[in-house]
Write a protein that binds this ligand. Structure first.
Ligand SMILES: C[S@@+](CC[C@H](N)C(=O)[O-])C[C@H]1O[C@@H](n2cnc3c(N)ncnc32)[C@H](O)[C@@H]1O
Length: 487
């Protein structure tokens, strides 16, 4: 092993504490059903592996919410793993293994450290690490993912990133050349870029996408700047290249973990869809789609030996999908923008009836279809398709989430509560300054969704007070968190 354990990956500053809903098996299985592909066989007792888990928050929430599953999360940064292990211990989670390891060691895994796995998840890792590490990741997946297993990878993609790559280049090159800690160097490099932007440097004045990207650096924190941009191996990739890397591990592209992206008509006009569909390979069809949408990040699911669901199987799987509303009943909806603009009115007219039904508690998609077909006068043959699209859009906007079965929720509640207590204690105890709110976790674990849900500062304060034995005012301050299985 090299003496520089970082392999060019910036590790002298703590990473931001992210939660990612796409990593959960329930989420991935549903995305696969939308794409018409059978989920992994694991079911209860599945083994789930995350590579490059950062602080491990998504893995901890999953372990708490799914005591039936084995959760393994790997990162080579000991600070990340140490913090996650402390939280796991404080929450008494017995089904999670947090491993400090390099992908290189696990790719060969002569010691048999990893069992065969049903899911492998990498969020924001593949195009942040160097080519050597990408090879290790592909080899590791090839050796450990079971037949039918799913691999989720989100990555910076091309051409969506192409125009702004020089922003990363200068930020990284400048930041690496400056002496001293990376955080300060990153700040200085960002100032240089903003100065160039303000001085109307030709690159920026001729390039709106790069200007927008540089402008977004303005409010970025040092940990984000360093971890997002300052790695020597950082390299966005075309989907076709990633698909080729993973083909060596016998993986095939199956669909997108961004549910909306599994509906070509939500992403492209009819003639654009025809152009993409006429590409000589599936990988190139997806790549052509990326030229059309120009998105900078893909959320791909690859499957080892995918099986196609027939229409009846797909309807059965999607009909059983349970959904829960995340906000308070009557809360304003966010503005939804798709690559083609606002959703078609045939779709958006279903938002409110869906939310009205879910205000009474979780319901399955089959329940929703049955209810809407009975109550909407103009429900027609295309309406179920519009409903699926409406659900995918509401889920994308964090208005709805997939939801576990009641028995699973009951089994999850004790561990989820303990994890949330540990998360709040961790943040409140370590913060005794006006800065307190910025130390609060961005999300809390939910026994209902099986992942992390956004909670307001007021809700977190109320929850901490409740757990400290204080009387919480107003008395309904915790009602949403209770409904979502946080407390
Ligand atoms: C951009 S961060 C993403 C972290 C997390 N998945 C997230 O999205 O918040 C990439 C992570 O991969 C880890 N990493 C990078 N190279 C690695 C390697 N060779 N072996 C193990 N972990 C690695 C880093 O320590 C870091 O936590």
């Amino acid at each position: 092993m090299t003496t520089d354990w970082t392999r060019g990956y910036a590790s002298d500053i703590d990473y931001t504490r992210g939660w990612y809903r796409e990593l959960s098996p329930l989420w991935l299985d549903t995305a696969l059903a939308l794409a018409g592909v059978a989920p992994p066989q694991g079911g209860d007792g599945a083994v789930w592996l995350e590579l490059g888990c950062g602080h491990g928050l998504s893995a901890l929430a999953l372990a708490a919410a799914r005591p039936d599953m084995t959760v393994i999360a790997v990162d080579f940064n000991p600070t990340h793993i140490h913090g996650a292990q402390r939280l796991a211990r404080a929450a008494g989670l017995a089904n999670i293994r947090l491993m400090e390891a390099d992908f290189a060691d696990l790719a060969e895994d002569a010691a048999g450290l990893l069992p065969p796995v049903d899911y492998v998840a990498l969020h924001g890792v593949y195009t942040w690490v160097g080519e050597e590490s990408r090879g290790h990741i592909a080899r590791l997946i090839s050796r450990r993912l079971k037949p039918g297993g799913a691999a989720y990878l989100s990555y910076n993609c091309l051409p969506g990133w192409a125009a702004a790559m020089p922003v990363q280049y200068l930020l990284n090159a400048y930041g690496q050349a400056l002496p001293g800690p990376k955080a300060a160097a990153g700040d200085q490099a960002r100032d240089l870029l903003l100065h160039l932007l303000n001085q109307a440097a030709g690159y920026f004045s001729g390039n709106a996408a790069a200007s927008a990207r540089a402008d977004r650096l303005r409010g970025a924190t040092a940990p984000y700047l360093v971890h997002e941009y300052m790695h020597s191996g950082w390299r966005p990739a075309y989907h076709a290249q990633v698909a080729e890397d993973l083909a060596a591990a016998k993986l095939s592209y199956a669909g997108s973990a961004a549910w909306v992206e599994n509906f070509p008509d939500l992403m492209m006009t009819w003639s654009q869809q025809e152009m993409a569909a006429s590409a000589p390979t599936r990988a190139l069809a997806e790549t052509v789609k990326d030229y059309i949408t120009n998105q900078p990040l893909r959320r791909d699911i690859f499957v080892r030996g995918p099986l196609t669901l027939d229409a009846r199987q797909r309807v059965a799987r999607l009909g059983a999908l349970r959904l829960v509303a995340l906000g308070e009943p009557g809360a304003a909806l966010p503005e939804f923008t798709l690559p083609l603009g606002a959703p078609d009115p045939e779709i958006s007219r279903l938002f409110h009836p869906v939310l009205a039904l879910l205000a009474g508690g979780p319901a399955t998609l089959a329940d929703l279809v049955e209810h809407l077909a009975r109550t909407l006068a103009d429900w027609g043959p295309d309406s179920a398709g519009h409903l699926l699209r409406a659900i995918a859009i509401l889920v994308a906007g964090d208005v709805l989430a997939p939801c576990l079965a009641d028995a699973q929720i009951q089994a999850a509640l004790p561990g989820v509560r303990r994890l949330n207590q540990a998360l709040l204690a961790d943040s409140l105890v370590t913060a005794a300054s006006p800065d307190t709110d910025t130390r609060l976790p961005e999300r809390l674990a939910s026994a209902v969704t099986g992942g992390g849900i956004l909670a307001s500062v007021e809700e977190m304060r109320a929850l901490a007070a409740h757990w400290a034995g204080e009387v919480v005012m107003p008395t309904d301050a915790l009602s949403r968190l209770a409904r979502l299985g946080v407390v």
